[in-house]
Write a protein that binds this ligand. Structure first.
Ligand code: ADP
Ligand code: MG
Length: 247
């Protein structure tokens, strides 16, 4: 399968602090890739670099290249709004807008001048395994949903824009085990249509859903490979220590 997204010689620093040192990674279409590694190793920084969230941070210095298909997303050809339409993001804490369930889906569609009919809203909610639970309450404020439902709504909001890539930063770490499994099932169902990158602290989760796993340590990629081989036969001692819970 072809590479959809890649970073080449990516370095990011904040002020004098080098957070990503020389990252070379790629993500294939129709695959789920897990990013794992100890807190502070740079997982979120890497994920955010893929939809140019560092544009918002004045002291960030970025060198290297990030490509979506063959286009450099930091080049002049692409605006941040186009990138954020093509590369969706879901955060650790579900962050629905303070609006109705329905408007949570239509808001981004309107901003991007995309059709926003009821059918389109229904399709997005179905795709996020939420339609049956909310179809009679579409006018209800989204903040009244449970945590797991709010996270599925955020996924619905992302897929409604028909992105090519979906980035997820610990999407289940604020959820109970049952909601977590439901979201895992949902994420697995999305991989036919999207390229998915998920940061997770949950080693079982990585093994349940990810085709490929990348282990990061202190701003570098230490090891990567098919999830089964990385977990069953880690090549690096740091990987082995980390996946066995030693730090
Ligand atoms: P992870 O997601 O793996 O826990 P992060 O990418 O959030 O790690 O952070 C990596 C390092 O970069 C941390 O030391 C963090 O303090 C630092 N960092 C992240 N964002 C910023 C920022 N905007 N300004 C300064 N330092 C930052
Ligand atoms: Mg993080």
């Amino acid at each position: 399968m072809k590479n959809k997204l890649s970073a080449e010689n990516l370095r990011i620093s904040f002020g004098t602090k080098d957070v990503l040192k020389d990252i070379n990674v790629s993500f294939r279409e129709h695959e789920i890739t897990a990013l794992i590694g100890p807190s502070g190793c740079g997982k979120s920084t890497l994920l955010r670099s893929f939809n140019r969230m560092h544009d918002l941070s004045a002291d960030a210095k970025i060198t290297g290249t990030i490509k979506l298909d063959d286009t450099d997303i930091y080049g002049n050809d692409m605006h941040a709004t186009e990138i954020r339409k093509r590369i969706g993001m879901v955060f650790q804490k579900a962050n629905p807008f303070a609006k109705s369930i329905y408007e949570n889906i239509t808001y981004g569609l309107k901003i991007n001048n995309l059709p926003h009919s009821k059918d389109i809203v229904e399709k997005a909610l179905r795709e996020a395994f939420l339609w049956e639970e909310v179809k009679d309450d579409l006018k209800m404020p989204a903040t009244r949903l449970s945590g797991g439902q709010q996270q599925r709504l955020c996924i619905a909001r992302a897929v409604a824009l028909r992105p090519e890539v979906i980035l997820m930063d610990e999407p289940c770490s604020a959820l109970d085990p049952v909601s977590t499994l439901k979201i895992e099932e949902l994420i697995s169902s999305l991989k036919d249509r999207y390229t998915i990158v998920i940061v997770t602290h949950n080693m079982q989760q990585a093994q349940r859903i990810a085709d490929k796993t990348i282990f990061m340590y202190l701003g570098e990629v230490k090891e990567e490979g098919p999830t089964t081989s990385l977990f069953e036969d880690p090549k690096h001692e740091l990987t082995s220590n980390y996946i066995n819970g030693q730090f």
